[in-house]
Design a protein around this ligand. Sequence first.
Ligand SMILES: Cc1ncc(COP(=O)(O)O)c(C=O)c1O
Length: 476
Amino acid sequence: MKKKRRAGLAKRYIKKRWDFLSQDRKGIMHIEGLPVTKLAKKYGTPFYVLVERKIREKMRLFREAFPYHKLKIQFASKCNSNLEILNIVRQEGGEIDASSIGEIILALLADFEPHQITFTNLNKSEQDIYFAAQIGVQAITVDSYEELKKIEKIGEALDKKIDVFIRVNPLIEIGKYSTKRHKYGIPFTNVQKSIDYAIDSKYLNLTGFHFHGGYVTTYLGYFRALKKIFKLIAHCKKRDVEIKSIDLGGGFPYENDSPHYYSPKDFGKKLIKYLEHLCKRHEVVQPNLIFEPGKAIVMNAGIGVFSVLSKKKLPKRAMIITDASTYGFLPDVLVIKADYPILPATKMNRRRIRTYDLAGCTCDYIDMLEHNSKMPVLEEGDLLAAMDCGAYSNVMSSNFNTLKRAPIIMVYEDGTFKLIRRRDRYSEMFAPEMDVLKVYGDPDELKKYYNVFRANIDKLWGGKKKNGQNESNGKR
Ligand SMILES: Cc1ncc(COP(=O)(O)O)c(C=O)c1O
């Protein structure tokens, strides 16, 4: 059936990563067999689509790529923290890398247990640490010597040993890839002081080491980081401390057309062999191996659909004004100069004979989605689709120009769909300012979340699995 659906697709749009795409005789893009025009009519534009099957496939890809009995895939929820995505990650046996208390709370609401969540960032208030320690997350990742002392202080107040990972910058350099200017973690050259401090502390329990390499452009980065981390593990062993987890972070590229793209499958088996070899050589018990992929899980699952509003003829240029923007819809175009493939979603069967500049709708003149975009002749009302935008889009979008952020629709393999985030409402956009007119802040805001993991969240998600088994059939 899928083959038949894909049969109509123009050759240039046939890509393995977009195997959910097809088009009908009128040239309308279908996603898992569902015409985008149907979604546009129901929800208005712009909107994001997430393809459920792709998210599951990527979670499974990581599991298959790293054949190791103590592997943990902790989805970096910062890249798209939608509750339905977190629910899928849980169903696929994944865990969560949370970068804030807000993300911890979302993970709890998605029915993760506290021990399935690690808390990693560069900025933890005492209140944040207190919250994470109190509910008992798997580990708080320590980013600096100063933070170590801060966490210890909370441990003392709670009279509890807090489980910590020490985040290390291994200071590696491989060709153009280097962590030598990274802000993450404690530099390798002086990390021993922090390790010893943690080991000697009455209120800290050093259970792991963490590395996150940003955009890891070569997979050799993971090998080098592992090698350096084992030097630290050897030191811990001398001090009679067993390290239970090694966390090699995220930073995997998402599937794209670049010749530099690599898949976890290209090196996963080798990395596991190397890990096993290092364990043998240092005579240590095999630790948990954690990865924290973000964009590699959800980027290819996301499509941003938006409309042509108008056309403007300029000297030697033609401009298309759209109802999307780089502020409220595809912020990475501005932030990292991301270059999303943009497809003519209602003219998939037409030749791309025109060159347009595609403009965002906000008042800022730098709000341009793409320059020199090759397109068929476009008219008001045509739909465009930005592909591979499932990560760092909606979560980084702002309400600039006091515009509402877009809704998200999950599309399933059988062509059914579900709204998983509605469009913003003015009332909530104005609330932070309206509130201060009435009362200044809410100092006890966090209290109501302390027991969230004990709440009957089963009701929210239906049949709950235990022990990481799949429940992929009960998706809705
Ligand atoms: C600690 C940590 N882990 C994982 C990630 C996810 O990175 P990516 O989406 O590149 O996989 C990030 C991203 O900033 C991060 O800071």
